[in-house]
Design a protein around this ligand. Structure first.
Ligand SMILES: Cc1cc2nc3c(=O)[nH]c(=O)nc-3n(C[C@H](O)[C@H](O)[C@H](O)COP(=O)(O)OP(=O)(O)OC[C@H]3O[C@@H](n4cnc5c(N)ncnc54)[C@H](O)[C@@H]3O)c2cc1C
Length: 407
């Protein structure tokens, strides 16, 4: 059997009616939302006392698709995610603190200009994204700028906690409960938890608990990493920047005023995984902004920090989980494959490693999982391979010269 068979979706679970989602960040909330919409009885487990407390706690998350100057899997994935998110925000109209103020990605170098022109040509099918020159800045963005920019008028920023609350308003959310183990017995999945004697069961489990997924599913299988990020609030001293109407993305980003402050960010710290504010990171956010846009002067008046989870190839991990004999890792998968060819663990799905663009990727992730349960692939083959949970395992087999699977 060809190695690519590892990416095959499992057969439809037409009898499945109940789901447990592990993790109350944006990934778990989107998964719960799409499953509930499809008629599932959903229970979402969150270890903290409330949802959206960790990476998904930002009051101003930017809707920022990763688009590249080629029709590659990231471009395709994020374009599709964009469409899905816009449709979902329309369904949730009035429930999410969403500011559709537009977003401008600034062309800081000649190379950026060249790249952005290409992206606009490649992607512009519905005129939602266009290349604009610097003379248009004041009219479109509210302040004069010296940079050309890639402009997405329908984008903007939203409060991620408000999004999570809207997505979960009709589903059962159980907080203060930490999932510790998973087991499949017969047709059901059983989830044991740390702080409750109950063992919960459902037809389907979605693991959406970011970096902690390694503990449930096996760390070596996913190649997960963490990076801390901090955003800060900037009280402007200059009336001029108060006129900013759209989000500006440079190497970081700055939002229009929200409750009198710009939100600026974000840092990437690979050595510290705390959620305390770090003064040096506040300075780094301000220095990075002022290097590109010196007109932004003012005082830092607070911020927020959390830890992002990402995969080594910077794409999210979304889809059906290959069979685990027992939760524990790649060796179990290898054993299972050796004994019975490629098998998926029926009813076990993951949506993790959303990196810096979780608002978009978690949305398409939830949709992909819901459709996979009924046996339908909603992304193309190349995109599926770029996000599939088995990709690191498949790549390691290939690197070891194994191009076929036992059948
Ligand atoms: C500073 C910063 C700025 C960012 N800016 C943007 C932005 O502008 N735009 C954008 O799109 N993205 C942005 N991101 C990234 C985005 O926030 C993340 O990609 C997204 O929040 C990830 O969501 P998640 O649900 O995967 O993870 P999380 O939000 O971390 O959620 C995982 C949840 O699982 C829970 N959990 C863990 N283990 C268990 C367990 N065993 N049982 C039960 N619950 C468990 C955790 O408590 C947590 O609530 C930013 C991130 C940071 C840190």
């Amino acid at each position: 059997m060809q190695l690519d068979a590892i990416y095959t979706y499992p057969p439809a679970l037409s009898q499945a009616r109940s789901a447990i989602v592990i993790g109350g960040g944006v990934a778990g909330c989107f998964a719960g939302y799409f499953l509930h919409k499809a008629g599932f009885q959903v229970k979402l487990l969150e270890r903290n006392d409330s949802i959206a407390n960790e990476a998904s706690g930002n009051a101003a998350g930017i809707i920022y698709p990763r688009l590249e100057a080629s029709w590659n899997p990231p471009t395709q994935f994020y374009l599709q995610a964009w469409q899905m998110l816009m449709a979902t925000l329309a369904e949730l109209e009035g429930l999410v603190d969403f500011h559709k103020v537009g977003m401008a990605r600034l062309a800081l170098t000649a190379k950026d200009q060249e790249r952005f022109v290409k992206i606009a040509e490649l992607v512009d099918r519905s005129s939602w994204l266009r290349y604009e020159n610097a003379q248009q800045a004041e009219k479109l963005l509210g302040i004069p700028l010296n940079y050309d920019f890639l402009y997405t008028p329908e984008s903007g920023y939203l409060s991620v906690p408000s999004l999570c609350r809207a997505l979960t308003r009709d589903i059962e959310v159980v907080t203060g409960v930490e999932a510790q183990g998973l087991e499949r017995v017969g047709q059901s999945w059983y989830v044991c938890t740390k702080n409750s004697n109950d063992v919960l069961s459902a037809d389907v489990v979605v693991v959406a608990n970011a970096f902690a997924a390694s503990l449930l599913l096996g760390s070596e299988f996913f190649n997960l990493s963490r990076v801390r990020g901090q955003v800060n609030y900037l009280q402007p001293q200059d009336e001029g920047t108060a006129g900013l109407r759209a989000v500006l993305c440079h190497k970081g980003y700055v939002t229009p005023l929200r409750e009198g402050r710009h939100h600026i960010g974000a840092t990437y710290n690979h050595d510290d995984f705390s959620s305390e504010l770090i003064a040096a990171e506040s300075q780094a956010n301000l220095a990075q902004l002022q290097q590109m846009l010196p007109e932004f002067q003012g005082e830092i008046t607070g911020g927020r920090a959390a830890v992002r989870c990402y995969a080594k190839d910077k794409m999210p991990i979304i889809g059906p989980m290959p069979s685990l004999r027992q939760p524990g890792g790649a060796m179990d998968v290898a054993m299972a494959m050796e004994n019975s060819g490629v098998v998926n663990a029926p009813g076990l799905f993951v949506s993790i490693a959303h990196g810096s663009r979780g608002i978009l990727s978690a949305c398409l992730g939830g949709h992909i999982i819901q459709r996979a349960i009924v046996g339908e692939a909603v992304v193309g083959d190349d995109v599926n391979k770029s996000i599939h949970p088995a990709r690191f395992f498949a790549r390691s087999l290939r690197a070891a010269g194994i191009n076929k699977l036992p059948s």
